[in-house]
Write a protein that binds this ligand. Structure first.
Ligand SMILES: Cc1cc2nc3c(=O)[nH]c(=O)nc-3n(C[C@H](O)[C@H](O)[C@H](O)COP(=O)(O)OP(=O)(O)OC[C@H]3O[C@@H](n4cnc5c(N)ncnc54)[C@H](O)[C@@H]3O)c2cc1C
Length: 340
């Protein structure tokens, strides 16, 4: 295991925040994961598990240990009922994993092409895009338990995946270090075109295959979301809030043009629409702002700190709450700035 002190994090988070980690451990081998999980220091001081840093906001100085899986490997481990069983290391880049699957004829991840970050983080928030979620293809997650160093497989059911959520983001936060993920992928290409923007994008393609579908996904993404290499962001900063039927009807009466989708238990409102209607789209406050093309995305206008991002997020949450009575929750993880 390679360990560094006072490690510069700017290249390790897509927001491009110029943070320093007091200690960073790169986990490469299986034993690195076990040793890290057993490390006494983790019991005595804060720690954070970092994948590609595409869903986090760092404080200027992180006073603790950052565990950063960099293990590699994608392997076909079996076949079951018309499916390929594939294991991928936590440190693999998610977008590369998707490309690898397509190249090998393992289907089912095309709609998730181009999502930034690593394989190990995909189960944490159950990444999703264009009508698909990681839970649709994850079979099980292999983890080391922090404190005991014991390893185990956790089944799909046990993770209780929900919209941008799993138990890793809930009661299991800080409990497990994921070192690999097992996927169940289709032998036959069966495109999921339930998402309208995607079905329209591929309408003219005569022989739609997995590669072309993934390319269409990536090109829609590129037209809507900032490229982290050019503009710092964590993608969609807020989750789309879900409100009950009664509340939705009251909102709809006052705002007939409100964008919403029926879901179990009520209606999912488009957070981007709420933010845009509150006058935030394209605005800049100091070193941070709201992306011109998509109000759901907060961006680094240059030299932003974690505090800048946090206070902009709070302003937006307050405004949306006052205007619509709807509470927005960040999807991105704001690592507490107070201990900075
Ligand atoms: C431009 C852009 C577009 C995006 N589009 C989407 C999208 O379409 N859909 C979507 O769902 N998300 C999207 N995101 C958010 C982000 O890509 C995902 O949340 C991704 O899964 C984060 O991966 P990461 O490796 O960067 O994780 P990080 O940001 O490093 O960490 C995220 C969380 O996972 C935990 N974690 C990471 N690795 C491990 C591990 N090995 N073991 C245990 N815990 C771990 C971290 O502790 C943290 O809680 C986007 C982000 C950006 C910047």
């Amino acid at each position: 295991m390679k360990t560094f002190t006072d490690f510069p994090m700017k290249q390790y988070n897509t927001f491009g925040i110029d943070a320093i980690a007091e200690r960073l451990c790169m986990l490469e081998e299986r034993d690195d994961f076990r040793l890290a999980a057993l490390s006494e220091e983790l019991g005595n001081s804060p720690f954070f598990i970092l994948g590609g840093g595409s869903n986090v906001v760092f404080p200027e100085r992180y006073r603790g240990t950052v565990l950063h899986p960099v293990n590699k490997g994608i392997e076909l481990v079996g076949q079951r009922d018309g499916s390929y069983i594939v294991e991928a290391a936590a440190g693999e880049v998610w977008a590369d994993f998707v490309d690898h699957c397509i190249a090998h004829g393992w289907y089912g991840v095309e709609n998730l092409a181009g999502i930034p970050g690593c394989v190990g983080a995909a189960p944490v928030q159950n990444v999703g895009a264009y009508g698909m979620e990681a839970k649709d293809v994850i079979d099980a997650v292999h983890c080391f338990e922090i404190g005991t160093g014991n390893d185990c497989w956790i089944s799909n059911d046990d993770c209780r995946y929900a919209y941008r959520w799993s138990r890793f983001k809930g009661e299991w936060q800080g409990r497990y270090l994921i070192d690999r993920v097992r996927f169940c992928l289709n032998e036959v290409f069966a495109p999921d075109l339930s998402y309208k923007a995607l079905s329209s994008a591929v309408e003219g393609i005569r022989e739609l295959d997995a590669r072309r579908l993934a390319d269409a996904v990536v090109s829609i993404r590129d037209s809507k979301l900032p490229n982290p290499k050019e503009i710092g962001s964590a993608g969609s900063f807020f989750k789309n809030p879900v409100v009950g039927g009664d509340k939705f009807q009251r909102l709809k009466e006052r705002h007939p043009e409100m964008v919403a989708y029926p879901v179990e238990g009520g209606y999912k409102l488009a957070a981007g629409w709420l933010i845009e209607q509150s006058g935030w789209k394209g605005r800049t406050i100091g070193r941070v702002g709201v992306y011109e093309k998509q109000a759901l995305v907060l961006v680094n206008r240059g030299g932003a700190t974690g505090r800048d991002v946090k206070s902009l997020a709070e302003m937006i949450i307050n405004d949306v709450e006052q205007r619509f009575g709807v509470h927005l929750e960040p999807e991105a993880i704001i690592i507490e700035c107070l201990n900075a």
